[in-house]
Design a protein around this ligand. Sequence first.
Ligand SMILES: Cc1cc2nc3c(=O)[nH]c(=O)nc-3n(C[C@H](O)[C@H](O)[C@H](O)COP(=O)(O)OP(=O)(O)OC[C@H]3O[C@@H](n4cnc5c(N)ncnc54)[C@H](O)[C@@H]3O)c2cc1C
Ligand code: FES
Length: 248
Amino acid sequence: MITEQVQVLTNRKIAEATYEMVLQAEMASKMKPGQFVNLKIDGFLLRRPISICQYDQFKHTFTIIYKVVGDGTKKLTTLQSGDSLDCMGPLGNHFPIEKETTAILVGGGVGVPPLYETAKQLIAANTQVTVVLGFADRAAAFYVEAFKQLGAIVYVATDNGTLGTHGRVTNVIANENLQAEYIYACGPEAMLRALETHFEKGYLSFEARMACGIGACMACVCKDRQDTDLYYRICKEGPVFPVGKVGF
Ligand SMILES: Cc1cc2nc3c(=O)[nH]c(=O)nc-3n(C[C@H](O)[C@H](O)[C@H](O)COP(=O)(O)OP(=O)(O)OC[C@H]3O[C@@H](n4cnc5c(N)ncnc54)[C@H](O)[C@@H]3O)c2cc1C
Ligand code: FES
């Protein structure tokens, strides 16, 4: 993990209240799929954790996708090409890449970005990838074509039915009878809990309110499923945990 002034290359709106930012950074050479960075935004004490969507280890660039939900992410939208940003990363563990098998990748809202690099690497490892993306509505949807271009089979669910299946990602999985050896998922806890009833093997990436992002403050702990005296820091031992490891 390093702290570095990274340079904004592009920062553009790609969906309702959703932006894609490409950054130039030495730390890109150390990134793995499913990790995150912690951004210091001018005027805010606490850093904001954002997942790494994709990276290029030769060009030293990486991409984040962020949704505007409060003042910090709103401020991020004002950054332009040439601006710099204080960035700590890459942080957390990562999605293991299972080779020559089948995988279903499920993302809900801002849980979609870390699955993009994961899909890319799974496909490169000869794993057959099906992606199920969940959004509030058509206006909030992003990267549907980008996942298809990687070679994944892509399904979409929206809460109001304006794109893809009307309902949840789990409706798609049940309706289409989707099956695979491994599940890879990132999104709200309720979604992760529901997925555990469909899949026995795989990896879930958890979100939590974070403060330090480096394992020092215990703001982000969750409990072990079996041993309720055992705690994990989502920023350090996570955010990715095997199916069945975390107690809800
Ligand atoms: C590991 C991880 C990866 C994430 N990846 C993404 C991503 O790729 N794209 C994206 O849009 N969002 C992502 N989030 C959520 C993102 O961190 C929050 O939306 C963001 O911090 C909100 O900041 P704000 O100042 O706009 O909102 P405010 O609500 O004003 O933030 C106030 C405080 O609460 C914290 N906070 C608010 N919401 C969250 C949240 N959901 N998770 C953690 N801390 C929060 C902020 O860091 C800040 O300290 C991720 C969160 C985690 C933990
Ligand atoms: S945010 Fe401080 S320990 Fe995880």
